[in-house]
Design a protein around this ligand. Structure first.
Ligand SMILES: Cc1cc2nc3c(=O)[nH]c(=O)nc-3n(C[C@H](O)[C@H](O)[C@H](O)COP(=O)(O)OP(=O)(O)OC[C@H]3O[C@@H](n4cnc5c(N)ncnc54)[C@H](O)[C@@H]3O)c2cc1C
Length: 503
């Protein structure tokens, strides 16, 4: 017997809303009919310009053409994030999307690298053995080599794009797949007196929109999961004290770098994200340690090009709803929680939630087993990202401002302390099979933040030191030579995906 389609109501038309609507319409057309409600008068957050490589998989599953998407969102390529001044003023390192070394041998490359350092043999910075780091600093870009045996295949990439253009791009995709859109301001949420399930949302016009399943993509206001269903918010600001950002785009007057920069500031950090038509900038800070006025002045002083908008302050709190799926409501995006943009994880979290929902899509009677599994997966993603972000702040030697004193001396979650201790002892990583931030990411941030292993895995003792040093040097040269043969990042974009010029 053919199953009845569920009426899915997506509440909100920001990045989260349209990603959910497009994915459900594309991947489950026989299981659901999608209606999205949004209010143009309220608008979207409109920041969120840097992404992680996982977004490529999302676009591919939706059949989105890469060059078309990049031209429409004025995107550039992103090979990683550069961190400046984090462990000490004057330091810098790049967290690359890709491996260090060639990925063969008994153990991971960083153990051989540690051994060379311990032996006092000539050895370069770890980043020089990474394809992505070398390309990024040389300002070059080409697609990865499809042959996995080649060193040119050992990197991945993401995009930097105009966040205000991504949702409209996805809207076209979703509507083309049959999703319906309703314009209007939601003023009430109706709950069933017996089950507590959401039955409908009410619009200012008086219209009601009924549904079987509600996807709450309403942003920070969290209309359904927070306001109507009262799901608790777990506040993580004791570890992640930044609670505001002041954003200010400028003209691109410096090189079009294929990476995002995150520069530590007195009370937080500052992003720089180069797009085809402008550069995004913003200062993420803790209002406990700096006033809005001083943060505004700091970003105005720091931008490296002519400003093209007034500085705009946004407020947020680090943390998440205890559960993201409650009754017949699934929260996706900012309504489910927020972790500050230091590692560009919000859009990834949207993707993870949408992916888990597609896999665990319910029948009319929602199974608690599916719902619990969804919540377990989302918890895992949030917890892991939380620990990774805290690492950047806590592993510092800076003591030049009250903010850095606080984060350096705060106690961190046990789950993170264990990871740090393991790495410090002999470079060992807590292994993950799935999800975000696998080994290379942790290695980059530990070493970049000056957590250098005191020893190495003993299997790295096998090759003689001289031979190892020669091999490492040959690898470094090979990587450099390949990067130098690649086109300049801007030149590659101009050939592959130039944005449409205004008429
Ligand atoms: C400072 C900052 C920097 C960021 N940087 C990054 C980054 O680099 N990378 C990254 O991945 N993410 C980043 N993010 C996060 C990213 O912006 C969001 O994850 C993303 O935009 C998704 O937002 P959303 O769709 O959940 O909410 P929103 O964009 O707020 O959309 C909410 C939607 O709900 C609608 N709505 C709300 N109330 C009502 C109502 N009453 N009636 C009808 N409709 C309503 C709105 O109209 C809108 O359509 C950043 C966030 C901030 C604050």
């Amino acid at each position: 017997m053919e199953e009845h389609k569920l009426n899915v109501v997506v509440v909100g038309g920001g990045t989260a809303g349209w990603m959910a609507a497009a994915a459900l319409s594309k991947l489950l057309p026989t299981r659901c009919a999608v209606t999205l409600v949004e209010s143009e008068a309220i608008g979207i957050v409109g920041v969120g310009e840097a992404t992680l490589p996982h977004i490529r998989g999302f676009n591919e599953r939706l059949g989105i053409d890469e060059a078309e998407f990049m031209a429409a969102t004025r995107a550039t390529f992103k090979l990683g994030i550069e961190f400046r001044d984090w462990a000490r003023k004057g330091d810098s390192y790049l967290h690359p999307f890709g491996a260090f070394g060639r990925g063969h041998g008994q153990v991971d490359f960083h153990h051989y690298w540690s051994r060379l350092r311990e032996a006092g043999a000539p050895v370069a910075e770890l980043g020089e053995y990474s394809m992505a780091v070398t390309m990024a600093y040389a300002n070059r870009f080409a697609l990865p080599d499809p042959d996995p045996a080649m060193i040119g295949s050992t990197f991945n990439y993401a995009y930097q794009f105009d966040a205000t253009l991504f949702a409209p791009f996805l809207r076209k995709v979703a509507e083309g797949l049959g999703a319906q859109r309703i314009e209007g301001r939601i003023v009430d949420v109706e709950l069933d007196g017996e089950t507590g399930n959401v039955t409908a949302i009410k619009l200012e016009s008086g219209d009601r929109v009924e549904g079987d399943l509600f996807i709450d993509c309403s942003g920070f206001v969290s209309l359904i999961i927070g306001k109507a269903l009262g799901e608790a918010f777990e506040d993580w600001s004791q570890w992640l004290p930044c609670d505001r950002a002041v954003a200010m785009p400028c003209r691109t007057e410096t090189a079009l770098t294929p990476y995002t920069s995150a520069t530590a500031m007195n009370a937080g950090w500052r992003w720089r994200i180069p797009l085809q038509h402008r550069t995004g900038n913003g200062y993420v800070y803790s209002s406990e340690f700096i006033s809005d006025e001083d943060a505004r002045a700091a970003i105005v002083a720091a931008v490296e090009g002519e400003p093209i908008a007034e500085p705009r302050v946004l407020k947020f709190k680090a943390g998440r709803r205890t559960r993201s799926w409650v009754r017949n409501c699934v929260a996706v995006g900012l309504s489910s929680g927020f972790l500050e943009p230091l590692e560009s994880t919000s859009i990834y979290l949207i993707q993870a939630a949408v992916g888990a929902l597609v896999e665990l899509f319910p029948e009319r009677n929602i199974s608690p087993v599916d719902r619990d599994e969804f919540n377990r997966l989302i918890d895992m993603e949030y917890d892991r990202i939380r620990d990774f972000l805290i690492l950047h702040y806590h592993a510092t030697e800076r003591s030049d401002s009250p903010f850095w004193d606080y984060v350096r001396t705060m106690s961190v979650p046990e789950t993170l302390q264990e990871k740090i201790d393991l790495f410090r002892r002999r470079g060992r990583l807590v292994k993950y099979r799935e999800g975000v931030f696998l080994d290379a990411s942790w290695i980059a941030v530990y070493t970049g933040q000056r957590i250098v292993p005191e020893g190495h895995d003993r299997r790295a003792d096998l090759p003689p030191v001289d031979a190892l040093a020669r091999e490492a040097e040959a690898l470094r040269r090979e990587i450099r030579a390949i990067a130098e043969r690649m086109p300049d990042h801007r030149a590659h974009i101009e050939l592959y995906c130039p944005m449409a010029q205004a008429a």
